[in-house]
Design a protein around this ligand. Sequence first.
Ligand SMILES: [Zn+2]
Length: 71
Amino acid sequence: MLKKIERFVKEEYVAEVVCNMCGKSVNPEKEEFVHIEKQWGYFSNKDGKTQEADFCEECWDKLCEGFKIEA
Ligand SMILES: [Zn+2]
């Protein structure tokens, strides 16, 4: 039962990807997006903290424009 609920929650999450930068809703079945996940460790100031973010293609392009070295 617990497993079923977890799976349902996961499906719900994937079906509703929201871009962290602009707040736009992304349909993962029709649009692509970038997902990043970082678990900070001992050498950071955020030890033990995990951060996740999703970006729509448009915002990812904007982000890349700020890179000194092309992605
Ligand atoms: Zn966006």
